[in-house]
Design a protein. Structure first.
Length: 214
């Protein structure tokens, strides 16, 4: 199968977790995963309760169908438990001229990784590292994107440290970038990884991943 023929709803499997395209089969699992210490989600939009989780999944399915995002449920392999969610979004497809090797591709040329959250039991277990390794590998090696971006509320120091730890390079602060979860204009810290940076970052993440579950 060529890169251009890769499915838009891949299952990404690592050593310790699996990323599955989110659908209603994950309803109960996501409900359970989202029940945790509320302070952990101070800066992240995490659904609470059956009705919110249903709407969350329905929106995710719509986004996947119109190819504007690819939301995943994160499954812990040792007990097949849903432990959180993450997604590709802001999928940029550039207008390449006829005759260019990338003309007519279905895959994005750049994308963003975000809307990531984990149950309290999965934080600092290496799940986030492996999830990012799986997503970045797919983005750079299957989609062959030029850039992967990340944003975080400037107040969310834990998220910013996590992005920097995996190799995200700071690009500055976007002022009043979007509405925050506490309904005020949010300043966002922006980060990116470029394709030429990926080999070194992949090597480091692979090393982190092998150690984080020991």
């Amino acid at each position: 199968m060529s890169n251009q023929d890769q499915p838009d709803d891949p299952v990404l499997k690592g050593i310790h977790i699996r990323l599955e395209p989110m659908d209603m089969n994950h309803l109960e699992g996501l409900m359970n995963a989202s029940v945790t210490e509320s302070s952990l989600y101070r800066w992240s939009p995490v659904p609470q309760g059956r009705e919110e989780v249903q709407k969350y999944i329905q929106a995710a399915v719509r986004l996947r169908k119109d190819r504007s995002a690819l939301p995943f449920a994160i499954i812990r392999l040792r007990d097949e438990t849903v432990i959180g969610s993450t997604r590709f979004w802001n999928l940029e497809r550039w207008s390449w001229p006829e005759g260019h090797p990338r003309h007519g591709r279905n895959q994005p040329d750049a994308c963003e990784i975000g809307y990531s959250w984990l149950n309290q039991t999965a934080i600092r277990t290496g799940a986030n590292t492996e999830a990012k390794l799986l997503l970045l590998t797919y983005a750079f090696e299957i989609w062959q994107v030029f850039r992967v971006c990340f944003h975080a509320d400037v107040r969310n120091e834990r998220s910013r440290r996590a992005i920097e730890r995996i190799g995200g390079k700071p690009e500055g602060i976007l002022r009043a970038h979007r509405m925050a979860v506490d309904f005020i204009p949010r300043d966002s810290a922006r980060y990116s990884i470029l394709e030429e940076e990926w080999p070194d970052i992949k090597q480091r993440l692979t090393r982190f991943n092998s150690k984080s579950f020991e």
